[in-house]
Ligand binder design. Structure first.
Ligand SMILES: Nc1ncnc2c1ncn2[C@@H]1O[C@H](COP(=O)(O)OP(=O)(O)O)[C@@H](O)[C@H]1O
Ligand SMILES: O=P(O)(O)OC[C@H]1O[C@](O)(COP(=O)(O)O)[C@@H](O)[C@@H]1O
Ligand SMILES: [Mg+2]
Length: 362
């Protein structure tokens, strides 16, 4: 096996708290533990296609463990295997993966660390199939990647959503209102489930458990009869009524991922107001849950992921992603890692939530 002298690192897809802590751990581990150089690739795969790279040293990553976002920048548009270009005024897609491989060679990069979600890790997997020595790190606030107990960024998003629920509680109680909080998560209900349980929500609606609005109304009315004249509903952006469809805010047809979810909170607000006769308000948390400082748990997880990713590169675990299998971080094949992980409706957390009186509308 070729000796590793230089590692490249990039962040791809939606940003999330903890990215900088991973980058810092990659750089420090590479330099301190292995005496290996690190090159940062700017704006994810865009920088790999267009050869925009910067050397990273301990100085470049000083003081960033607590900072949200990514010092390398990211994009969720650029897929090297389906790269958007303008041809004769028309949009066309080209395979630029060979150009990326040449750029990696030009910079003598012997190992590539891709920090990303399902989309970026899919691209990483395709590069590995072409012989690129790549290792993945599971990033996403959604926690929807299989093979790992948790992705980094999830705990920070849950913390932000929980704080929002705490705040909605005080105003809901004062005004005797229903407060609906719509959270992110795409097709998985992890953020809604965890923040809903942590924040003491009355109703949690997730994509994995299609809901019956009548049952949600009954639950809220029963609370009213017990003297609890307000209710908090946490709803995942991908949740839908039984027999209904997910609410799509926008379709971006040219994108690999054309569906932008959003709007289910507003849609059920009207219906809940009608059936309960209670004033209802909606808060869409949006990108607030993706921004800001990572929690201490995410800083620790990110540091472990970053340092283990370098270990994986040095040990030749290419085509793998570092995954948390409590209490260890282990390499798992990217093919397994990019499968989607959903909430198990029969799982212990859903059952515990039901035991304390939370309705899932089922
Ligand atoms: N299933 C897929 N296979 C290959 N590429 C994908 C797939 N899904 C998304 N992509 C591409 O991966 C890039 C990042 O995807 P995105 O979902 O935004 O980020 P993330 O890495 O956080 O999942 C985009 O360029 C997108 O076109
Ligand atoms: O910022 P955008 O492009 O609107 O994307 C919003 C989506 O990105 C997320 O915040 C994170 O998803 P990824 O980790 O796959 O990027 C989802 O929860 C949400 O649906
Ligand atoms: Mg994705």
């Amino acid at each position: 096996m070729k000796a590793i002298k230089r590692i490249g690192v990039l962040t791809g897809g939606g940003d999330c708290p903890g990215l900088n802590a991973v980058i810092r751990a990659v750089v420090k581990t590479a330099i301190r533990r292995y005496n290996v150089e690190v090159v940062g690739i700017i704006n994810g795969f865009h920088g790999l296609v267009n050869d925009v790279m910067v050397p990273l040293n301990e100085e470049s990553v000083a003081g960033i463990v607590h900072r949200g976002g990514t010092i390398l920048g990211t994009t969720n548009r650029d897929n090297p295997f389906r790269y958007a270009v303008e041809k004769d005024g028309e949009l066309a897609f080209e395979d630029r993966s060979e150009q990326c491989i040449q750029n990696l060679r030009k910079h003598n990069i012997d190992g590539l660390i891709v920090i990303g979600g399902d989309g970026s890790l899919n691209i990483a997997h395709q590069f590995h199939a072409k012989g690129v020595p790549v290792v993945g790190v599971p990033k996403t606030i959604d926690n929807d990647l299989s093979s790992t107990d948790y992705t980094f960024g999830f705990d920070s998003a849950v913390t932000t959503a929980t704080e929002a629920i705490d705040k909605l509680h005080t105003t809901a109680e004062s005004h005797h209102r229903i407060m609906i909080l719509e959270v992110m998560g795409r097709y998985a209900g992890w953020i809604a489930l965890y923040s809903g349980v942590a924040g003491g929500a009355d109703v949690i609606l997730i994509p994995e458990i299609p809901f019956d609005l009548g049952k949600v109304c009954d639950h809220i009315r029963a609370r009213n009869e017990r003297g609890r004249k307000f209710s908090i509903v946490v709803i995942a952006e991908g949740a839908s009524e039984k027999g209904g469809e997910m609410v799509v805010q926008q379709r971006v047809e040219k994108s690999h991922d054309p569906i932008r979810l959003g709007g289910i909170g507003q849609e059920i607000a009207h219906k809940l107001e009608l059936c309960t006769q209670m004033e209802t308000r909606v808060t869409v948390l949006g990108h607030v849950q993706r921004g800001g400082s990572p929690t201490s748990a995410d800083r620790i997880l990110s540091t472990r992921y970053g340092s283990s990713a370098v270990d994986a590169v040095m040990a030749g675990y290419f085509g793998h992603m570092v995954a948390l299998r409590t209490p260890k971080i282990v390499p798992v094949p990217l093919t397994e890692a990019i499968e989607m992980k959903k909430v198990n409706p029969q799982g212990q957390l859903v059952q515990a939530a039901k035991a304390v009186g939370i309705s899932f509308g089922d």
